[in-house]
Design a protein around this ligand. Structure first.
Ligand SMILES: [Zn+2]
Length: 253
């Protein structure tokens, strides 16, 4: 199984990174994809130990870290993005939950990420909080048939999910699927499995029964289990299919 969205390089994992990776391996995790938050994330990723679990790096600037668009964002992103090391561009997107003070800068940054993703032919990883319409409108503007990507931590409505799929996006299914009363299970039940990939967003958003704790890649099994229930399939089918889709999207060997 593949955890397609995990911030394994953050300080919360520094003390027990080897145990975290061992538990991931025991839980059947073969690959972990790591979206960047800032350009500092890239060095932190490099400092991680090698392990049987394959780690994949991504490059981007999180919308919550965009107060103004940095000088040379496009050229810096482009320089990194074309390196083989990076499997995707992100995370980027819009976040109106924490603040709407920097909406224009966030949008400009998202536009730049879309341009770079298309230029290097790699998928984009989208963060979206209270900003679905604007995120999808911007993807729509850039979609010429060549843009691929994922709406990470999907929590939209059925209509929004369908629009995202029509725009060529995958849906990243995370711990919120297991939360009682979140309603994501009902939405996900009505959307096609063949565009879904699994993620943790660790250290955040731990799935039930570990809700509120530090999240980690091994917990992806709980989200896989819930998705199996929602889709009426065996968990092995869910793991296999979502992994295959993640490998195709991020071009993992
Ligand atoms: Zn994230």
């Amino acid at each position: 199984v593949i955890d397609t969205h995990c911030h394994l390089y953050l300080e919360k994992f520094t003390d027990d990174i080897d145990e975290v990776l061992d538990r991931a391996e025991e839980a059947g995790v073969t690959d972990i994809c790591m979206p960047a938050i800032t350009f500092d994330s890239l060095e932190q990723m490099e400092a991680l130990p090698t392990h049987n679990v394959n780690l994949h790096d991504m490059v981007g600037l999180h919308p919550c870290d965009v107060e103004e668009v940095p000088d040379h964002l496009e050229s810096t992103l482009q320089r990194y993005a074309q390196q083989e090391r990076f499997v995707a561009i992100g995370e980027t997107g819009l976040d109106y939950y924490w603040s709407t003070d920097h909406v224009e800068a966030q949008k400009q940054s998202l536009h730049i990420h879309c341009e770079v993703a298309k230029a290097v032919d790699k998928p984009i990883v989208l963060h979206n909080r209270d900003s679905t319409q604007d995120v999808l409108d911007i993807i729509d503007q850039h979609q010429d048939g060549s843009l691929t990507g994922v709406w990470h931590c999907f929590n939209g409505s059925v209509e929004e999910g369908k629009r995202a799929i029509d725009l060529g996006l995958h849906l990243g299914i995370g711990g919120i699927l297991t939360f009682k009363n979140a309603g994501v299970d009902k939405t996900v039940a009505e959307l096609p499995l063949n565009v879904m990939i699994l993620e943790t967003d660790a250290p955040y958003l731990a799935p039930s029964p570990n809700r509120g704790k530090r999240n980690e890649p091994s917990f992806v099994q709980y989200t896989a289990q819930k998705l199996a229930e929602v889709k009426g399939k065996d968990i092995s089918v869910i793991k296999q299919q979502t992994s295959k889709q993640a490998r195709q999207l991020f071009n993992l060997i």
